[in-house]
Design a protein around this ligand. Structure first.
Ligand SMILES: C[S@@+](CC[C@H](N)C(=O)[O-])C[C@H]1O[C@@H](n2cnc3c(N)ncnc32)[C@H](O)[C@@H]1O
Length: 295
């Protein structure tokens, strides 16, 4: 598969499948907690590298996957999608408009055959133009997440109690990881899970070329999540998914996509592959003694 400007590759279908499985399982738990009243409505979703929403051959991108899963579970979402490329952000806006309470209603009706409530197009169950129920909102920020996310969080903290909000922050860069932005942002969101899709070798290249000392595990330590899961790195870029959460009830979900607890023997092995080059692992072998062989 040829690479594209929004980063599609042979690995993309696996990534999207795993994203969908994790989110599906998570949404059903969140829907249950909201119905019980133990979690406030309005699942927060931050997509730091949102892409076009639907690619040239019609495959869904992360924002559409998540918004569809939320709709299927009747979970109301407040989505903040960051996309640095202005053209891509425009495409994305059209894709997500049907989910947004404040979207362009005429476009919504044209796309969906007029089945949507004029007041809250994200919810087909609602058929009155004066609907006052809570609604999904989707904002596309045509900006680098590094420049805009913390500012948005500041605004948000004036409107709602971020300490109690449930949600997901999804980080899926084409190049290096925006580590500082991620840990500054997620540290103030105790119930927002952090899901990272990253290439271990890409982060390693950035680390060596910039002389950076901190490794993946050092950054994750700053994110204040109690439980971490990691999937086996795939291919020459060592593509992996890392999930951080403070929810003790999440244990089974990462297993659906073959994730391992980071503190377990396999998880430590995967992290060593992601965080250290072959040479570095050989030299640091003693640090991992007692664990599975590193190669
Ligand atoms: C790998 S694609 C993301 C795909 C998307 N998450 C999905 O699964 O459909 C990366 C996208 O992030 C955008 N991007 C790259 N760096 C960014 C940054 N610092 N802030 C916001 N968007 C960025 C790129 O323009 C590209 O569209």
């Amino acid at each position: 598969m040829k690479g594209t400007d929004y980063g599609k590759s042979d690995y993309t279908p696996i990534k999207q499948r795993h994203l969908r499985r994790i989110v599906r399982a998570r949404m059903s738990k969140v829907a249950y907690l909201i119905a019980k009243g133990s979690v406030p409505e309005g699942y927060l979703y931050f997509d730091l590298h949102a892409g076009p929403g639907i690619d040239d051959v019609g495959d869904w991108g992360s924002p559409k996957i998540i918004l569809e899963e939320a709709r299927a579970h009747d979970v109301i979402v407040e989505a903040h999608l960051f996309e640095q490329n202005a053209q891509t952000a425009l495409r994305l806006r059209r894709v997500v408009q049907p989910y947004d309470r404040y979207g362009d209603y005429s476009l919504v009706q044209a796309v969906d055959g007029g089945d949507w409530c004029a007041a809250c197009p994200g919810y087909s169950r609602c058929d009155s133009g004066s609907c006052e129920s809570a609604f999904t909102t989707v904002e596309v920020h045509a900006a680098r997440c590094e420049d805009d996310l913390l500012r948005r969080l500041n605004f948000l903290s004036d409107e709602r109690d971020l300490d109690r909000a449930y949600g997901l922050m999804y980080v899926d860069p084409t190049g290096g990881m925006p580590w500082k932005t991620v840990h500054d942002a997620i540290a103030s969101l105790p119930h927002v899970d952090l899901l990272i899709n990253m290439g271990g070798s890409i982060d390693g290249r950035v680390r060596t070329s910039t002389g950076r000392e901190m490794r993946v595990t050092d950054y994750l330590d700053l994110c204040r999540k109690r439980r971490w899961y990691v999937r086996r790195p795939i291919g020459k870029h060592l593509w992996t998914m890392v999930l951080g959460t403070n929810d003790t009830g999440i244990v089974k979900i990462p297993r659906y996509v073959g994730m391992e607890e980071m503190t377990g023997p396999k998880g430590q092995w995967y992290m060593a592959k992601i965080g250290y080059s072959n040479n570095e692992r050989r030299q640091a072998d003693f640090e991992f003694s007692g664990q599975l062989p590193l190669f």
